[in-house]
Write a new protein. Sequence first.
Length: 462
Amino acid sequence: MQQNTLDTKTRNLILILFLIGVFMGSLDTGIIGPVLPSIEQSFNLTSREASWIFTLFVIFFMIGSPVMAKFSDFYGRKKIFILDVILFAVGSCLIAFSFNIESIFLGRVIQGFGCGGIFPVAGAFIGDTFPLNERGRALGILGSVFGISAIGGPLLGAALIPFGWNWCFTINIPISLMLIIIAYRILPDLEYSEKLKIDYLGIVFLSLIAISLSYGLNQIDSSNFIGSILSTDVLPFLIIFIILIPIFFRIERRAEESIVPIHMLKNREIRIACIETLCYGLIYSSVIFIPSLVILSMGFDDQLASLMLIPILGANAVAAPILGRVLDSTGSKKLMTIGTLIMTFGLIAIAIYPGNLIFFLIAGCVIGVGMVTIIGAPLRYIVLSEAKPHERGAGQAIVNMLSSAGQLIGGALIGGIIASFSGILGYKLSLVLAGIVAFVAFLFTLRLKGRDEQMETMKSNQ
């Protein structure tokens, strides 16, 4: 991949383009919550059947991330970004104009695959074109999107549902068309000098791993957690998932151009980044149950309780660009060390004192800031620092995959803990567990490179 030198104005315009693309994709994950009941009613679905609308998106997001990221490393960010947006638009069309549930499922598959590529391509582009001292700021701006979309998705969904649930997906079509036109005009044509030898076997096994994990976890009944795990609907698929992991690693080590760059895991910084990403998945899974805790601890209704996520998500959105700027001068280690430590205190605090509103709001803001450091710009900055130019997209995709896997596993585990204990105790224990995981993440951040060493590595990988 050639290193491109663009002027500041052009770089910022392209950053806005990617910002809109990432926002569109992340908004779609937030909007699905309020839409599901309407789709259930329209097609007479059970809750289990409707859950596949979300699960299929996650499965193919996990598959699409490394595949499209790898393609972008070889065929250029421009071509693959445009292809990703086209896929997302096609999937949105299928859902918006669907007459049966099968077309919705197919649309979510295509959407997830395309969306999986948008995220790593945007992160890799920053590594390709932004100066070393501006990458943190750019990653921070992109990171702010996730907090904003987590709040905006449900709100937008609630606003559009009265006009028909289809409009929640129709809105993606004009945005996608705008992105395609602008991307074609302003993105630079950069390509890697070698032809990609596609790792078909790796893609097949990666797909089987994602499907077996997602299907198995989706079949778990949280009200009978242990019993359902041991059932034939769950256990065989989790066993298949475990068996396929070492086989996949062996295939990728032998592949001439592995779809997932397993060799990058030899790098200590990348390994720590992977651990941090998995930790985030479990922490995030516990945080989404906070509204239910608020209902029990403060007696709020459903609507008011859901607003208790705003301190966390709002702090996340505000802190992301600010910490991105700080990142350029401090490096990842300091921010992640402080962030994971304060997040530990925030999670434990809510678990111990869930009934005090003021205390709850303060702890929520602390958690939101901490979450930015564990999955936002600082972590992706590590991957950009350690990856070679032709592996930047693939490196960013590893973060995406593990984040999704962590959230799937965390959601099943946290749901099981909550269901196993009556009343408020299950929610408290889930937050205590999340606090312990955050502290483990803190311990691993102590082993990261300092700012000076990180900058030397980044310069050597230009």
